[in-house]
Design a protein around this ligand. Structure first.
Ligand SMILES: NC(=O)c1ccc[n+]([C@@H]2O[C@H](COP(=O)([O-])OP(=O)(O)OC[C@H]3O[C@@H](n4cnc5c(N)ncnc54)[C@H](OP(=O)(O)O)[C@@H]3O)[C@@H](O)[C@H]2O)c1
Length: 290
């Protein structure tokens, strides 16, 4: 089977679809139309599309990619279930072997595909040993239902234990100027040859808006000089982290807008100087940002 990607040739950037909802009432260049968004992504060279069982939009994503399935690297996740209350903090983790199988069947059906290219455990479980989860995922690879195993919201120890059962292609963790815990995990990922998919690279949208903080000011200054937006500079910062560490890092910005998608794709070409990176790092670490 051809690999989804290799460690030395990861995708440049992905598209996070977490916030995608059907909205036929807003046509035009800034449309929230899912088909237009997928088309724009592929035209911009972005083929890595990321959803999850938990996002509740797999059917919409499936319809949006249906005519271009072969051009897309399709990622989904399992393991988090919403409770009945409708509250955002009402969810639980299910990562036992039976859930792995039934969740995958459900995602395949909703997405309308025969195979998911990269399937992630969405959240580490306190109850199920990760070996049980990953063994079940490895069986899905053997059965041709998924092509590669990924992990999200896990510890370094989880990564090592999982990788000993079956090769892990990617770990998906939050990484941006305002969320840097994942940096502790990078040496392990480098040692094991695992790609980091960096979700929420603009701090869930906060860094697009700039703002009256030291980091907002630094982003605005660099953006002005570069003829870019604050959000593009924040995204370029994540791209630079991978380049400068010699490690594959795939930023995963999310958008529902064709216009924003194009702006985000352009940020992958923006190179930041040592001086600009130091300025952004200093501002991000200043006491007023923490
Ligand atoms: N594994 C996990 O636990 C986990 C957790 C969270 C997220 N994720 C993944 O990461 C992806 C991104 O996460 P995220 O959406 O929280 O964070 P993000 O990419 O940092 O920010 C997205 C927000 O920024 C806005 N935005 C995007 N591009 C913009 C632009 N060029 N100009 C102005 N605003 C812009 C978006 O609104 P518009 O739609 O209007 O553009 C949205 O509100 C998700 O879709 C999901 O795939 C994974």
């Amino acid at each position: 089977m051809t690999p989804v990607w290799t460690y030395d040739r990861p995708p440049r950037q992905g598209l996070g679809l977490m916030r995608l909802r059907s909205d036929p009432d807003s046509p035009g260049p800034d449309s929230r139309d899912a088909v237009a968004l997928v088309d724009a992504a592929l035209e911009s060279g972005i083929t890595l599309l990321d959803t999850a069982e938990m996002y509740g939009n797999e059917e919409l994503v499936g319809r949006a990619i249906a005519s271009r399935r072969d051009e897309v690297t399709l990622c989904s996740k399992f393991g988090i279930r919403w409770g009945d209350s409708g509250r955002f903090d009402d969810w639980s983790v299910h990562a036992d072997a039976a859930t792995v199988v039934s969740s995958c069947e459900g995602s395949l059906r909703r997405l309308g595909v025969e195979t998911i290219d990269l399937y992630y455990l969405h959240q580490r479980s306190e109850e199920t040993p990760i070996e049980e989860t990953v063994t079940a995922m490895a069986d899905l690879v053997t059965a041709g239902k998924i092509r590669a195993v990924g992990l999200s919201n896990v510890t370094v120890e989880d990564v090592r234990r999982a990788h000993a059962v079956h090769p892990v292609l990617a770990v998906q963790e939050e990484w941006s100027l305002v969320s840097r815990d994942v940096e502790e995990m990078l040496p392990t990922l480098g040692e094991l040859g695992i790609t980091l998919v960096a979700h929420s690279p603009t701090g869930h949208g906060v860094l697009h808006r700039g703002g009256a903080t030291p980091l907002g000011a630094a982003l605005a200054d660099v953006a002005l000089v570069r003829g870019a937006s604050a959000g593009q500079v924040a995204l370029a910062w994540v791209h630079e982290q991978g380049r400068r560490r010699g490690q594959p890092v795939v930023p995963l910005p999310g958008t529902t807008s064709v216009g924003h998608l194009r702006d985000n794709a352009a940020a992958a070409d923006l190179r930041l100087s040592d001086h600009e990176l130091a300025r952004l790092d200093r501002a991000a670490l200043s006491p007023r940002e923490r």
